[in-house]
Design a protein around this ligand. Structure first.
Ligand SMILES: [Zn+2]
Ligand SMILES: [Zn+2]
Length: 266
C-alpha cells in the first residue's frame, strides 16, 4: 500500500506555525504519504509553493481564489495565475475556487463571475480544478454543465474535484457524471450525517478522494479541535464501513483517484 493522500490541506495556516513538521511526521505515521496544500488567494500562493518545495515528493500545491475573496478577481488575474502556474512545477491544480452562499460576504453574482472565468481558464489550460461549494449546489451543477459539456478527454478521468462534498446524493451523482471527483472530509464521520454517507455510498470509491481541509473540519473524534492530516485515517475507516471494503482498499482506490486527478505520477 502506497498510503493515503490528503488532497486538501491549509498547513500554511498560522495555527501550524509552532509544530508544522511534527504535524507532517504524525501524518506519515498515520499512513498519509502525500498531501496537496491549497492556497486560497494570491497573498498565500508563495507560502504554499514554499511548503511544497520544502517537501519534494511528498507535497504539491494548488493556487486559487476562494469565493471569500472573489471580489479580488480583475482583468489581470488570469494572466497572473497562469504565470505563477507556469513557473511552478509543484503547482498541480487551480483552486480552491467556487461558490459559497453560506459564509462568503461577496455578492453571489460577483462570485459567479470570478468562478465562471476560472472554470473556463482551468479547462483551457488543462489544469485540474479544486472546487469549493457551500449551499450553492444548484448553481454549481448548472455552471459545471455549461463549462464541461463533455467527459474528460482520453487519459484523464476527472476535470477536477468538488472538495469537501456536502450536497445531496443526487447532487453527488450529478457532479460525478460531469467528470468531477468528490472530496470526503471529517463531516462524513459525524453521527448525524447519514445523507452525506449515502451520497458517498451511491457514487462509490471510484470517484472519491480523501481530504482533511486541515486545520478545519475535524472528524468526530476530535470535534472542536484543530484538524490535522493524520485524521485522513479516521475518514477512511468510516468510508470502509460505508462501502464494506477493507481500509487498504479505500487507500488504494482513493489514492489512485487522486493520482489521476492531479496527474501526480506523470
Ligand atoms: Zn473549501
Ligand atoms: Zn480549503
Amino acid at each position: 500500500m502506497r498510503g493515503f493522500i490528503d488532497t486538501h490541506t491549509h498547513l500554511g495556516d498560522a495555527q501550524f506555525d509552532s509544530d508544522r513538521e511534527a504535524v507532517l511526521a504524525r501524518a506519515a505515521v498515520a499512513g498519509v504519504g502525500r498531501l496537496v496544500e491549497i492556497a486560497d488567494e494570491p497573498a498565500q500562493w508563495d507560502r504554499a509553493i514554499s511548503l511544497a518545495r520544502a517537501h519534494p515528493g511528498r507535497m504539491r500545491c494548488a493556487l486559487g481564489l476562494h469565493p471569500y475573496y472573489a471580489d479580488r478577481y480583475d482583468d489581470g488575474f488570469l494572466a497572473r495565475l497562469k504565470a505563477a502556474l507556469d513557473a511552478t512545477p509543484e503547482a498541480v491544480a487551480v483552486g480552491e475556487i467556487g461558490l459559497d452562499y453560506a459564509k462568503s460576504q461577496i455578492p453571489r453574482e460577483v462570485q459567479r463571475h470570478a468562478f465562471s472565468a476560472l472554470l473556463k481558464a482551468g479547462r483551457d489550460w488543462g489544469a485540474p480544478l479544486v472546487i469549493h461549494c457551500r449551499d450553492a449546489y444548484l448553481d454549481l451543477v448548472l455552471m459545471l454543465k455549461e463549462r464541461f459539456p463533455v467527459v474528460p478527454p482520453k487519459g484523464r478521468r476527472f476535470w477536477g474535484v468538488v472538495h469537501c462534498f456536502s450536497g445531496t446524493p443526487e447532487e453527488a451523482e450529478a457532479c460525478a457524471a460531469l467528470g468531477f471527483a468528490l472530496g470526503a472530509d471529517g463531516p462524513v464521520t459525524y453521527k448525524k450525517n447519514d445523507s452525506l454517507r449515502e451520497a458517498f455510498r451511491l457514487t462509490g470509491p471510484g470517484v472519491t478522494v480523501l481530504e482533511t481541509d486541515s486545520p478545519y473540519l475535524p472528524p468526530q473524534s476530535s470535534r472542536g479541535k484543530r484538524n490535522e492530516p493524520e485524521s485522513v485515517a479516521e475518514i477512511a475507516a468510516r468510508l470502509a464501513e460505508v462501502w464494506n471494503i477493507p481500509i487498504e482498499e479505500v487507500a488504494r482506490l482513493t489514492s489512485a483517484n487522486a493520482d489521476d486527478l492531479f496527474r501526480w505520477s506523470r
